[in-house]
Structure formats: structure tokens, C-alpha cells
Design a protein around this ligand. Sequence first.
Ligand code: PLP
Length: 430
Amino acid sequence: MTQKWTNPETLVLHAGYRSDSATNAVAVPIYQTTSYQFRDTEHAAALFGLKEFGNIYTRIMNPTCAVLEERVAALEGGVAALAVASGQAASLFAIQNICHAGDNVVSSTDLYGGTWNLFANTLTTMGIEVRFVDPADPENFRRATDARTRCYYAETLPNPKLHVFPIREVADIGRKLGVPLIMDNTACPILCRPFDHGAAVVVYSTTKYIGGHGNSIGGLVVDGGNFDWEGNAERFPMLNKPDPSYHGAVWTEAVKPLGPIAYIIKMRVTLLRDIGAPMSPFNAFLFIQGLETLPLRMRQHCANAGQVADFLAKHPKVSKVIFPTHMSGEMRRRADTYLKGGHGALVGFELSGGREAGRRLIDSLKMFYHVANIGDARSLAIHPATTTHSQLTPDDQLATGVSDGYVRLSVGIEHIDDILADLKQALVAA
Ligand code: PLP
């Protein structure tokens, strides 16, 4: 069914589900259950032995989550997906699935602060080294690669720098060396499909635009099915050597009859089983609701953000606007190449009055919410240096693009006149 359509507006409504097999319900039911009755002992043994696919226990799979997984996989042009409890869990799982102690990841410096912390601190305690490189020069990824490099990692539209990542350039370097590129596409669903540009894995914080209504935390890992794990067996022993945690299964072989889904199946039946960070079925239902209007919302988000950026650029108290259409040279080229139908809805700016002016502006906003989130239908604002990025050292803050006076807006879908009016009155106080 999902193969019939390619347009995102249709896929978000129809991919992966027609009606409930038990009740014919058109809305996706919330399967709020922990477990599933086995037909008999033979059936149970077949499910546990992966001889037959079916529901066992909601920590590992759930029919409501399955619709979200299939729908987003179709939207991205991937082969399968895994829903997890948060965007952070998605990033961690995407890496842990192929890396263990002694391995390394080469990551862009341009990251969300929480991901930076995960990489610089928590992964280090697990013995996984993250080598941060500046994506301004894609060759930096090649230079940092060695025999223990298991993946490259980057954000498509990295918040807060908003320098679009050179996906094709880095994916091509990686494919020659046998290293897959994992892209966090959280800030620009619909606008970019990283698999079209050579990425192997996409991760999402569904908390943001996919949910779109600021009500649930969740994440997704999407498998592009386009990376030759078997052909790079030495680099990926976790997918190509017998897995003692699953009767010695060799994932690339065990899963072959089902298609190129070894990476995502292994993640489901080992990481999700052992670490246990599944998405709740209720949250999956809310994300499915959000997804249905995502293309419409992204259009409005982007149109509003473009107007906000233009307004701020002309304002006498604003010293700099950070938004793709206000960039030039290579950064503008990357934005135009990788983002289609809009340049995203995150707008950064610096006030001539610096840190204090930034605080005054945020305290004066009346309609914008002051929250640590992006991608809500409502407009949001924050001062990253004192909040989302405050746990980073000043040097690390600057490396991720956070200066003292930087204010970040996540422009919502309210009427543009009301958005501009709120900014205008707050700028008086700034
Ligand atoms: N990736 C990006 C780009 C983010 O902005 C965020 C959260 O702000 C995350 C990942 C983490 O997502 P979550 O808060 O759902 O764990």
C-alpha cells in the first residue's frame, strides 16, 4: 500500500495503515497493552526465535508504534524505523547499535546541546570516543576516520548555528571508507530527506515538528536500508559476528530474507529489549496525529520564519540575523541544495545590547513562550547561553554557535502579524 504514493502530503495520511484489522477503525487505535496472547506454545517459540514476526511485549514492539514507524519510514524513503522514548534515546541507540568500547564516532561540532553532552560525556564513560570536527570542511570527516570509526553523525539544520550540513559530501566520503552517515533531521522534516543525499540512518526527536503540539517526548531511528553492512564486515562486527545475546544470530544473515533491515531489527530486539526505552503507544498516537498535518504546518512555519528573519534584519537593535536566506556563499548554497520548500523555522539573532538585552527581550515577549523546545505550533523563544547550552564550556558554546547575545526563535504557525507585533513590542524593551 505504501508503495503507491510518493507525495509527503499523502504518505502522512495513508502510509502503513488503512483500518484496524480487528475493528475497522479508521483512526489508528491506541493499543495500550503490555503484552499479547500467544496462540499456543509453538507460536510463542516461533516469535521468540524470530522464525515468525509478531507482537511479544510492548517494550519491544507495539501496533500503534508500528504505524508511526512504517509511516515515517515511507515518508523518508527508508525501509523501516524504530520508535523510542525520546530524541536522545534515538541518537544513543543509533550509535550504540554499531559501537562498543574502543570504537569511535566522528561527529559534527554543530549539535544540539543535549546531544553534545551525550557524546562528550556519557558516551565517553562507555568507552566510545566521539571526535568532533568542523563540518565547514567535509574533508575533516575523512581526516578523523580510522579503522575503529563506526559512523559519522550530524544534524541537517543544526540549531543554533543553522549552517546546513553537507550531507552528500560527507556521505560520499563515508561510503568510500565504509562508514555510514547518521543524520539528525529533527529541525527539517519534509524539507529534507537525508537518504536522498546518501545518509544511511536518520534520527528524529519526534517531540518537535513531527508531534508539533508540544505534548509528548519521543524519538525515531529510521533505517535507509542503503548501507552495505555485510560488505564492511570488519568495521561492523556487531552486525556480522554471532550475537551471544540472541542464540549466536549473525544479524546481516538472519534478517536477509526480510530485506535490508539488519541494522534496525538488531536495534529492536537487542537494544530496546535490554535498555528498554520504548515509545508509549499513547505518545505514538499523538505523533501520528501530528504527522498527518506536518507538510501543511512546515509550509506555514517556513513562510512565517522567512518574514521574521527579514523583519529582524531591518531592526536597528539587531546586529545579526542567523537564518539560511540571510547567509551567503557556501552556507547559502548548502541551504538551497538540501532544504526544499522552505528554510526551516528556527531563526537566531543577536542584539546590539548583548546578553542583558537578550534577557530583557525574552522577559518582554507576551505571545512567544519562553521554553526549552522547538518545533511547537506555537512560537517559542530562548536564550541558549543561559539555558540549553549552559552546561557547555564557553569555548564549546562558541563551537556550537552560541554567543552571549544569541536569541533563538522557533517560529510558530500563528498569524504573521501577531508574531511580528509581539517581537516589535519586546524589542522596545531590549
Ligand atoms: N535532536 C535535536 C536537534 C534536538 O533539538 C533535540 C531536543 O531539543 C533532541 C535531538 C533531543 O530530543 P528529545 O528532547 O526528544 O530527547
